[in-house]
Design a binder for this molecule. Structure first.
Ligand SMILES: Nc1nc2c(ncn2[C@@H]2O[C@H](COP(=O)(O)OP(=O)(O)OP(=O)(O)O)[C@@H](O)[C@H]2O)c(=O)[nH]1
Ligand SMILES: [Mg+2]
Length: 367
């Protein structure tokens, strides 16, 4: 079989930098005249990640309503669909950040079932350097112990650990972290990148595009702890149309996120990731919170106009009911008397017990 499609799976905990890397990698590969297709994944529909990645103009398929592992057939259908629609040389897929056991539930079944159609790259697991350093020091990175358990299992089962956001570290901090990670995860290759500066993306791509040994380790996962780690997260996905008179959307989005992050700080809530995309025609901004208010970041500008669309995705350690209240209250505060909202979708949930379609307990041979 000639011209097999490359499949790259980019895992890692919530907020680790997966979508940002997919975005930058897609642009990088397009500049090399490669055809790229992308797959996003979430427990519900209305994804910030999909809306953002569509800005690259490549095809984006979405597996929503369940993770790749619990809807493996949906994942296969998406691989085939996006491969066909974009005639892709390379497909990059981003699983849900609170998923683990991917080697047993995704990598092995993929090798077993799609080895004639695909070349599968090593399983790359992204890690935010600040969370990673905290975990390596024996703490929980501000997360519930069971959520931190998921993060640790992701690292253990990786073929490659990719420390992200290296621009946030001094050189000596980075070297120390790299050395610690290598010591703690001796079976994985360890690299670092910054999607912000582009540094390291080339080296990572060279490595994963030249290798096919993937899913080299299946680790033991206690599904009750894994389920608890997911269930402590309230999950909110919503999409809203906004209308007003010459509204400054950048200010609106900033005030909204600041208000939410203040509540999080005050109530000391563990944060997976809160993200928004606010689109005003072809202008858009993306806002993220991955921990305390210090992590709040806003990129891009949506400008001033009468109409815009916002998608909000939040995963924080609080019940879905309280999350619902927090977000509604902050929205009402910033829209009061000036902006009318039409809610197109609003879903609040707590992820159910993970129930993968397949779970292999042996490594599938694959070269
Ligand atoms: N400084 C810096 N920030 C980054 C970098 N890469 C990602 N980020 C930031 O990290 C936050 C999370 O990035 P995402 O790419 O959305 O993370 P993710 O892993 O896709 O998150 P989920 O899909 O929710 O699991 C955002 O605020 C990004 O701007 C980087 O290289 N440097
Ligand atoms: Mg993402």
């Amino acid at each position: 079989m000639i011209n097999k499609t490359r499949l790259i799976i980019v895992g890692g905990f919530l907020g680790a930098g997966k979508t940002t890397l997919l975005y930058e990698t897609t642009k990088f590969l397009m500049n090399q005249n490669k055809k790229v297709g992308l797959i996003t994944n979430d427990q519900a529909s209305e994804l910030v990640d999909t809306a953002l990645l569509l800005q690259t103009k490549v095809k984006v398929a979405e597996v929503s309503g369940s993770c790749f592992c619990c809807n493996f057939n949906g994942f296969i259908d998406s691989i085939k669909q996006v491969g066909k629609d974009s005639d892709a040389d390379i497909i990059i897929a981003e699983p849900v950040g609170s998923c683990t056991d991917l080697s047993a539930t995704i990598m092995q079944p993929l090798k077993d079932n799609l080895n004639r159609e695909l070349i599968i790259s090593p399983l790359t697991v992204l890690a935010d350097p600040l969370r990673l350093a905290d975990i390596l020091d024996g703490r929980t990175a501000g997360l519930h112990a069971s959520a931190a358990y998921i993060l640790k299992k992701q690292l253990e089962e990786s073929d490659i650990i990719l420390i992200t956001k290296k621009d946030l570290l001094e050189q000596d901090q980075l070297e120390l972290l790299l050395a610690k990670v290598k010591l703690n995860y001796p079976h994985s290759e360890v690299l670092s990148i910054s999607s912000k500066t582009g540094e390291g993306i080339d080296d990572w791509l060279k490595l994963i595009l030249s290798k096919t040994r993937t899913g080299q380790r299946i680790v033991e996962v206690d599904y009750d702890t894994y389920a608890e780690g997911e269930a402590v997260l309230g999950w909110l996905n919503s999409s809203i149309s906004l209308k007003g008179e010459q509204i400054n959307w950048d200010k609106t989005a900033t005030t909204f996120l600041e208000d939410i992050s203040q509540k999080i700080d005050k109530q000391n809530i563990g944060v997976g990731h809160i993200k928004i995309i606010l689109e005003n025609g072809s202008n858009y901004l993306v806002g993220n919170i991955t921990g305390t208010s210090e992590t709040l970041s806003i990129r891009g500008k949506a400008g001033i106009s009468n109409k815009a669309q916002i998608i909000i995705n939040a995963r924080i350690e609080i019940s879905p009911e309280i999350l619902d209240e927090i977000v509604k209250e902050s929205l009402e505060k910033v829209t009061k008397n000036t902006i009318t909202m039409k809610i197109n979708a609003w879903k609040c949930l707590s992820p159910g017990y993970p129930n993968p379609t397949f779970r292999y307990n042996k490594i599938v041979d694959y070269k």
